[in-house]
Design a protein around this ligand. Sequence first.
Ligand SMILES: Nc1ncnc2c1ncn2[C@@H]1O[C@H](COP(=O)(O)OP(=O)(O)OP(=O)(O)O)[C@@H](O)[C@H]1O
Length: 237
Amino acid sequence: MSTTVLEATDLVHHLGQGAGRVQALKGVSLSLKGGELALLMGPSGSGKTTLLSILGCLMTPDGGAVRLGDQPVAGLDPEALAKLRRERIGFIFQSYHLFPTLNAEDNVRLALDVRGERARAAKKAAREVLDRVGLGHKKRSFPRELSGGEQQRVAIARAIVGNTRVILADEPTGALDTANGQAVMTLLADIAKDPSRAVLVVTHDPRILPFANRVIHIEDGRIVSEEAGGDSMKKVS
Ligand SMILES: Nc1ncnc2c1ncn2[C@@H]1O[C@H](COP(=O)(O)OP(=O)(O)OP(=O)(O)O)[C@@H](O)[C@H]1O
């Protein structure tokens, strides 16, 4: 039986101030189970980035609750929150966010170094995971020497090297051509086959629909529908 790796309940959040204050989330509930790759789709301004930031513990919601596995996030001090984030969540961004002065291996290792892992073990793990994303032969290359698709694969390696249960990806194929986008999604789908891990991808890209177990649609700060594994649309509200 698959376990719930992330659960959000009744999230409410506002952004901006005064006349510019916007209710970005209006009561969003969502859970991710191990072994699934879910897509979060919605028009520009619907609240996707806000939701991803709250699920990733980068932002505290005005209302509602987030649990990572059995751990409630509310009430943790900033240090405990940062530790939880490092240990439980891997992030992948459209623009890769690699450190330009570090080679591929060191970019991946960084995720383990900040967790205080021993240097030899971190190096071994970084190499293994770079092999897994097909870049073992480029471990000494710097980001500027890698293509966009290769840089995104390094970013994926960095997101998965610590065995985090939750992988959150914000438009991971947005800057890639079709072939590289497919390669990246194939990797993410492969990661999501692990029954202890879930991947949530924010995307506008309909080409990645075939990779999803579940598609969640958000509009105007609310989840309006969900479809599963290509099934016909199921209204949830
Ligand atoms: N700093 C801010 N101050 C005020 N309003 C904001 C701020 N950031 C975002 N918003 C508004 O909050 C709402 C949700 O924004 P959010 O960035 O979460 O949407 P999104 O679905 O990720 O959009 P996109 O697809 O364009 O990235 C939008 O109406 C947006 O205009």
